[in-house]
Structures are given as structure tokens and as C-alpha cells.
Design a protein around this ligand. Structure first.
Ligand code: SF4
Ligand code: SF4
Length: 452
């Protein structure tokens, strides 16, 4: 298979990065690189999907790695795994092929940040504002590589591997069909053990607080962590922009601990959250903190949930500042950001955040239980499949109300000449609605009710 055929196969299978924002995978395969890294660090507390996949499907993952290495001409393949995950390391080691190795990582947060993985595994730094291919590296999440291998066998993306954990009776990791509501997903984990709860969609650190049970599984859904809505962490995760900016403006004492502990700052990137907080003081009442010192923030939340002694929220101030910089056309070019890079901090390795201590600080240690893999999940009554589960342009529907569809059949094609991917039917069923951004399918053997 040529590189172009490989890229077309991956695009037609609808694969996007399963570990983050959902960047269409085909686009990342266009550049030749020396090294392909599988990012299996999975550093969000209480998530177990990547380690589960590596333990149960090591040969398939290594087959996927080999196929990607061949397609992009890479001479080396690396699988980055935390050293605590001995079974996964053992299984992957047993499956490794020529020119591949396991890179063992400490159990620290945010070990799984792409910049951290590349820095530790290769000694190179991704250019600020740039891409890994510029230093000859391609990084793929474990599930993405697994999906690539499946695509080569003819199977498109129809399900997402998701851990459901936290305040639930039976934590689990399972494949859930795209478009299944979080309400249905939670039923698979038994009773909720908190009186009132919120869902941390994506994990406790980088995930967002969600309370709408009609939210649906997408290609980037990785974990739903249920926590008590009265808990300290829930309160921290649910503050409005007005509140975190107002409190930050009045309370920040400029101790700079947020910067001193920031993983990106410690790698030498131009990010200084205490300066972003300071900018709140010098702008309008609601503080448009338009400073480029926010731009390299990866939103890991170390500053807000670990470093700041005042429990302020520099992470969200940085995140909203990035939004505002983009909206106002003030986003710095990559070259400008790169000119601000410094050497990695000499104390970087001593300032890592141990995951166990992080969980204790966040009150998550009491909720920690391995979420075992299960296949017996309840069937959904309805699937509402989003046309935009990725960065770029939405997919364009191909089906009409009343059409019968088979699992894996394209429901929507990739937008023409754009960064886009198609979307496939997660189950056999009947199309009940085609809306602007969503296709509703009633799966077979379910009550024939239409979605709202
Ligand atoms: S750690 Fe907190 S108080 Fe200190 S500078 Fe950062 S935001 Fe301000
Ligand atoms: S969230 Fe905070 S600690 Fe993380 S990269 Fe952004 S500024 Fe740094």
C-alpha cells in the first residue's frame, strides 16, 4: 500500500486522535518522520482505557505501529507507558518488532502531554506553536493506533473506548457506540453512589464538568469520572468565567508558584501564568487579559489544582486569554513564540507532580478503583451522532429520514477540500432524524421511538 492509499484508508475510516482534541489522523500522516511514538502514558487520574487496550491488544497495537512506521518512513517506534503499568509493559514488550522499544515513564502528571512525552522519550522539544513532525516525530494515542490497525482490516470507527469511574457502583472500561447518551453510559456502571453528582468528561484534571445526561459519546470521549457535586473539586471545576476572573483579579498575590510548577514553563516554553494573572489587574473591570504569556498553555491544570496556594484559577484565565487572543487577531506567530523559548529548567525533574499525591489533594484517592474491561453494556435506545467530533469542518450527511443503515456504513462524508473525516453508523438501525449537526438512529431491537 502506498502512503497515499494508506492516508485515504485512514481518512475513510473516520479516524481522529482519540486522546485529545480530535485532530484528523490522516492529516498527521502526510509528513515523513524518523520516529513514531505511541502515547500510552494516560496520566488523568481514574482513567484506564489506554492501559486496558495495551494489556488486552498488544499485538494489534504493535501491528498498527508498524503500519504507521512504514507509511511515514520512520526508522524507530516507541511506546511510552508509565512504569507502574507492569502488565501492559510486559505485553507490549512481548509483541515488539524490529526497531521498536518501550519507554517507561514515571507516574507523574502530566506525563501524557504530547510535549512531555516527546521531550522525555527523545530529548527533543516540539517547537513552540509548531508540530512534532518539524522535529521528525509523530505521536499517536494508543486507541488511535488501534483504530488504524482496525481500519486496515476494513473496520471504520463506530465506538469509543471509555472508562466510567469515580462515585459509581461498578467502574468499568468498555466500547460504547458513538452517539450513546451519557445517561445510558452511566447505567452500565450501576448505581451512582453520590446523592448529587457531576461528570468530569475527560478526567479530573483536563476534563470539563458536565451535568447534561443527553451529552453523547464521541470519537474523543475517553472517560467519565463521577464526583459528588458538593465536593471541593466539583466547586473548583464549576466556577464561572466571571467568578474566576474577578477573584483572580482581587486575590492573586503574584507569588509565581503557578509559573514555577508549570510543566510547559519548566520545559522552556513561553508560558508564565502569574503574568497572565497580573494582566487581570491592568485591564477593564472584567479583565480581558490579552497577554501572549498564555499562548503556550496546554490547560493541564497543574497551576490551578496543584500549585496555587490561594486556589485561584490561572489555568482557566490562560484558556480564556487564548480564546480572546484568537478572537482579536492577536495570536502570535510560531516564530515569535519560538524566539521566546529558553533552556529547560534545571529543576524540572524535581518538580513533577506525583499522581498519588495529586489524587489525595483532590480527594480522589477514596474513589480510586481499577475500572475493568466489560463487554456486557446495555443496548442504547437511541443514538444521536454528531457530525463534528473532530477539529476542522463538520461531516456532510449522506442519509435521509427512514433509511435503513448497517453498522459501519458511512452516514456522512468528509467535507470537501477541508480538514474533515466521515462519520459511520455505530449500529444497524433506522435513521429517525437528520438535523444540521446530528443524525439520530434508532438501533434495531429497540422500541421504535423518535429522539427529542
Ligand atoms: S500561584 Fe496563585 S497566587 Fe501565586 S501568582 Fe499564581 S495565581 Fe497568583
Ligand atoms: S494549565 Fe497552568 S500549569 Fe498547565 S500549562 Fe497552562 S499555565 Fe502551565
Amino acid at each position: 500500500m502506498t502512503q497515499q492509499e494508506f492516508i485515504r484508508t485512514i481518512k475513510e475510516a473516520g479516524i481522529v486522535g482519540a486522546g485529545g482534541a480530535g485532530f484528523p489522523t490522516w492529516k498527521k500522516l502526510e509528513n515523513p518522520v524518523d520516529t513514531v511514538i505511541i502515547n500510552g502514558a494516560e496520566c488523568e487520574p481514574l482513567l484506564f482505557k489506554d492501559v486496558t487496550l495495551m494489556e488486552n491488544h498488544a499485538p494489534e497495537i504493535i501491528e498498527g505501529l508498524q503500519a504507521v512506521m512504514e507509511a511515514v518512513g520512520a526508522a524507530e517506534g516507541i511506546v511510552a507507558i508509565k512504569n507502574k503499568n507492569r502488565k501492559a509493559i510486559e505485553r507490549i514488550n512481548a509483541a515488539l518488532k524490529k526497531n521498536m522499544r518501550v519507554f517507561e515513564m514515571e507516574d507523574v502528571y502530566p506525563a501524557g502531554d504530547e510535549y512531555e512525552v516527546v521531550f522525555h522519550a527523545t530529548g527533543k522539544r516540539i517547537p513552540a506553536g509548531g508540530f512534532p513532525f518539524q522535529i521528525g516525530v509523530l505521536v499517536q494515542n494508543v486507541e488511535t493506533i488501534y483504530n488504524i490497525r482496525r481500519a486496515l482490516k476494513g473496520f471504520p470507527v463506530t465506538d469509543s473506548l471509555v472508562t466510567v469511574s469515580g462515585a459509581v457502583e461498578s467502574p468499568l472500561t468498555a466500547w460504547f457506540p458513538l452517539g450513546m447518551s451519557y445517561g445510558d453510559v452511566l447505567k452500565a456502571a450501576g448505581a451512582i453512589t453520590a446523592e448529587n453528582y457531576i461528570i468530569l468528561d475527560g478526567g479530573p484534571m483536563m476534563g470539563k464538568a458536565v451535568s447534561d445526561l443527553n451529552t453523547t459519546v464521541s470519537k474523543t470521549t475517553s472517560g467519565l469520572v463521577i464526583i459528588d457535586s458538593e465536593s471541593h473539586l466539583a466547586g473548583r471545576k464549576s466556577q464561572s468565567e466571571h467568578t474566576f476572573r474577578k477573584i483572580g483579579k482581587s486575590t492573586c498575590d503574584q507569588c509565581s508558584l503557578c509559573t514555577e510548577m508549570c510543566p510547559r514553563y519548566l520545559m522552556g516554553y513561553p508560558i508564565q501564568p502569574h503574568l497572565v494573572m497580573r494582566s487581570l489587574l491592568t485591564s477593564d473591570p472584567l479583565s480581558s487579559s490579552l497577554t501572549h504569556w498564555a499562548q503556550a498553555c496546554c490547560e493541564c491544570n497543574v497551576c490551578s489544582l496543584w500549585a496555587c496556594p490561594e486556589e485561584l484559577d490561572p489555568r482557566n484565565v490562560c484558556a480564556t486569554t487564548k480564546r480572546d487572543l484568537r478572537q482579536k487577531g492577536m495570536w502570535q506567530e510560531a516564530e515569535q513564540q519560538q524566539s521566546l523559548m529558553t533552556e529547560a529548567h534545571p529543576l524540572k525533574e524535581y518538580r513533577s507532580v506525583p499522581t498519588q499525591r495529586l489524587m489525595r489533594k483532590l480527594g480522589l484517592d477514596k474513589l480510586y478503583r481499577r475500572a475493568p474491561f466489560r463487554e456486557d453494556i446495555p443496548s442504547p435506545h437511541s443514538l444521536r451522532i454528531s457530525m463534528k467530533q473532530h477539529i476542522g469542518a463538520a461531516a456532510e450527511p449522506l442519509v435521509s429520514v427512514g433509511d435503513r443503515v448497517k453498522k459501519g456504513q458511512p452516514l456522512a462524508r468528509a467535507a470537501e477540500a477541508a480538514l474533515s473525516v466521515p462519520v459511520h453508523a455505530p449500529r444497524d438501525g433506522v435513521v429517525a432524524a437528520v438535523e444540521e449537526d446530528v443524525i439520530n438512529i434508532i438501533p434495531d431491537n429497540q422500541p421504535p421511538k423518535l429522539a427529542r
